[in-house]
Design a protein around this ligand. Sequence first.
Ligand SMILES: C[S@@+](CC[C@H](N)C(=O)[O-])C[C@H]1O[C@@H](n2cnc3c(N)ncnc32)[C@H](O)[C@@H]1O
Length: 411
Amino acid sequence: MAAEHPAYPVGLRLTGRRTVVLGGGQVAQRRLPALIAAGADITLISPSATPSVEAMADAGELTWHRRTYADGDLAEAWYALIATSDPTANAAASAEAERHRVWCVRSDDADAATAWTPATGHSEGVTVAVLTTEAKGRDPRRTAAIRDAVVAGLRDGTLVAPHHRTRTPGVALVGGGPGDPDLITVRGRRLLAEADVVIADRLGPRDLLNELPPHVEVIDAAKIPYGRFMAQEAINNALIEHAKQGKSVVRLKGGDPFVFGRGMEEAQALAEAGIPCTVVPGISSSISVPGAAGIPVTHRGVAHEFTVVSGHVAPDDERSLVDWAALARLRGTLVILMGVDKIGRIAETLTAHGKPGDTPVALVQEGTTAAQRRVDATLATVAEAVRSHEVRPPAVIVIGEVAGMNPAPPA
Ligand SMILES: C[S@@+](CC[C@H](N)C(=O)[O-])C[C@H]1O[C@@H](n2cnc3c(N)ncnc32)[C@H](O)[C@@H]1O
């Protein structure tokens, strides 16, 4: 029977209700997780099953009868998924479904089915379900593409549904990643799109700020006047003041908020002021910037550890908390952030404590942005390389054998 009318969309509440699945192949494998998530009381009838379906049965998520379909299997069912590889069995089962008035989906013949499975996706408590209007016009790839577009838009905030959105109260400390706007997390991007106020650092995905709607107040953290306060205190105060006005505030930081990002100081100040705070992790430059320049921070048989160190104070500075002598003894990779100014003193100290002068060093400036560049040196030559190549912050410095690796396999 050709479907001349559009299907009537509905959400089935299958919790505890008998649901019969015929066939344990790829179709069942794809559909079963949603039925399990819905709490359906699932009976699978199939002589065989894929390893994933078998695992669901082993885990007690469904009851599996290892046999072919027999008339009467759909009795008492609320819903049936007919997906065996035998068209005759499928036809017999859907005839039984019709007789018993059980809504049934057929994987082999949408026209003969009494129900269709929409392409579904979820975002923040909403299920998006996309159905083609008629059996003849069914185009599963298109419905899946529409579902993907809607879900992706809701997740990353490019599709804004402001009226019914539950806004995140307080402040979100969002790790923005190393700079490329594509390298922020989906959650970070969504919170950014929902924000009333964004307080941003110099590092991180600045390009994303241009995409924000005009009503969003964007504040450059470096330009907050701090008068009698320290700069960080002034930022904390600004976060608190805006949040107290009931605004959704995003503190957008470079990389990850808790990797040399002073994120915990902000979280503590907000907690003291009684303001809710969520932390959204970000991709730290310490891993991603070397990676963007083709340097793996670990490699099998070469480096079994990597250590991320701040180089903002020189090794002989009394404020330094770093045990450079111990680092010189490690075989793995050393990743130094904020170390461009002090790299000469750092290299001397590492060498003095036994790290060979010919250890490879790579400096990656403005990684993941259009201005990214890489300068290669050794511990012995790095100070001069920084001067002659005019390496400037922000840069990540990688010290260790991995900095000398080439992606081309050995000839
Ligand atoms: C205050 S730290 C913040 C680190 C950040 N929280 C993270 O997880 O990447 C700033 C330092 O991170 C490094 N850095 C951040 N983004 C970078 C980028 N795109 N390219 C090179 N270095 C970067 C530089 O060493 C810079 O001096």
